[in-house]
Write a protein that binds this ligand. Sequence first.
Ligand code: CA
Length: 227
Amino acid sequence: MTASVLVIEDELGIRDFLERGLSDYGYAVETAPDGPSGASKALTGDYDLVVLDLMLPGRSGLSVLDDLHRNRPALPIILLTALGETENRIAGLDAGATDYMVKPFSVAELAARIRAHLRTATSTTTTIRAADVELDLLDRRVTRAGQLMHLSATEFSLLAYFVKNAGHVLTREQLLKAVWNYDHDPGTNAVEVYIGYLRRKLRIGDRELPLVTIRSVGYRFDDVAPE
Ligand code: CA
């Protein structure tokens, strides 16, 4: 089955480059040149993934992202960002983007990310659990001790990776690779920041998340329900 990708990008050169490039990788590609038409296509069409530029005319990429994430929470979205747009990039990840690419990048690199995210999105095991945390990977629902929790897409991916590897120490590098698809450490503090989000959002009263910091090594999610 051919996966379909919507590319929302205003620069004609990049739009054509991605349309041709991703078609060569076997994707059915559609495009939109601005925020309003991109949002309406993404919300009404049947796409498996959206590639979204942040700087768009008519409506900002962040606003489109917010809309898509609220109305289509399971739709993976890869942001295209320019060098230096760090704040927008972090805002984008927090608003539910699955991943981002910094321009300039190669089609091969983008295609690899798309493949990885589609694999996650269509995984057949739907429910995983460790300690008192349960995730439905298909509906992207998280409960802790039976209570429904609200996480962004990146927080969800990070938690899912911990739960799948419960009891094992995971290094920063492993987390950067699994969740952000980095092959090398770009010097970001995304891991620390997102671990902080998970601990804060999944705390129930004084019951902490069983996510332990292993000093100068990494983190471990313990498969034991805290008292
Ligand atoms: Ca642009």
